[in-house]
Design a protein around this ligand. Structure first.
Ligand SMILES: [Cu+2]
Length: 281
């Protein structure tokens, strides 16, 4: 008797009609539009200080634009279902109607997300490849992590004693492509420059690397992003992105006397006067 009662009750819910679906779709489209606008307005990231950072931020913004409508779709269906098929007073002991699979729906909700994820994976792989491409005139900067400090070496530039210049803070010339060669003395650290959007582990015994072309003057944090011991949180330093003239001055202050072994190092001195003249205008 009880079960009969139930089957009489269940069809009480009005069927989901086409106008209702269209109205839900309308709500979803508006909500997704608002969500995307908010998602793009929120300042998620620190300043972009390298060409590679633009590539990565664009990737993130594409992910925001693609994922918000999916979030809205799921949320709209869940909220609608909770409201429409909620339990009314007197229905505490009822069972829901037996529901069988819907092949068409299952094919759609498997195929669409698969295609979407596959497209995003390809896009992300292309972006990852792009930021690692070797650039013409690239210089090397050595990065060494040890508990709990960073040091940077500039193999293209030696001081008057023939020693490679080494500094505790990182100096880079604007628009000069660099490949970092990263080492660790003791434990694993992670060399992270948030303004570049790139990080790479510093691992004892091997050399890791990444490329960055700084394109914005200023000072930016350099952070160890791997718990490396008690002093980990203090393992920070500063990146200075400077003009060619300022970079020459930086080299001179560290005892660099002549043109370096690389052609790009040799040209660093020559345009210095030109650049400083521009800077004073
Ligand atoms: Cu650390």
């Amino acid at each position: 008797m009880e079960e009969q009662h139930a089957s009489q009750h269940s069809p009480h819910r009005a069927p989901v009609t086409r106008p209702l679906v269209l109205r839900l779709l309308g709500i979803g489209v508006v909500a997704a539009g608002i969500g995307i606008l908010i998602g793009l307005e929120i300042p998620w990231f620190p300043p972009e200080a390298a060409k590679q950072a633009h590539t990565i931020d664009t990737l993130y913004y594409v992910l925001i634009i693609v994922t918000i409508p999916i979030f809205v779709l799921v949320t709209t269906v869940v909220l609608f279902s909770v409201w429409r098929w909620r339990m009314r007073p007197g229905e505490e002991r009822l069972e829901g109607p037996p529901i069988h699979g819907n092949t068409q729906l299952e094919v759609i909700w498997t195929a669409l997300p698969s295609a979407l994820i596959a497209a995003l994976v390809v896009y992300a792989a292309v972006a990852l490849h792009d930021i690692g491409v070797k650039k013409a005139g690239e210089e090397t900067i050595g990065v060494t992590g040890q508990q709990f400090e960073w040091s940077f070496s500039y193999p293209g530039y030696k001081d008057s004693q023939g020693q490679t210049i080494v500094t505790p803070e990182l100096y880079m010339e604007l628009n000069k492509p660099v490949v970092f060669e990263i080492h660790a003395v003791d434990v694993i650290h992670t060399f992270w420059v948030p303004a570049f959007r790139i990080q790479e582990d510093a691992v004892p015994g091997i050399t890791t690397s990444f490329r960055a072309t700084p394109d914005r003057l200023g000072t930016y944090p350099v952070v160890c992003n791997q718990l490396c011991g008690y002093g980990h949180s203090t393992m920070r330093t500063t990146l200075h992105i400077v003009t060619a003239a300022q970079f020459s001055l930086f080299l001179a202050e560290h005892g660099y006397t002549g043109p370096g072994p690389t052609a790009s190092a040799a040209s660093a001195g020559a345009p210095a006067r030109h650049a400083s003249k521009e800077g004073s205008q």
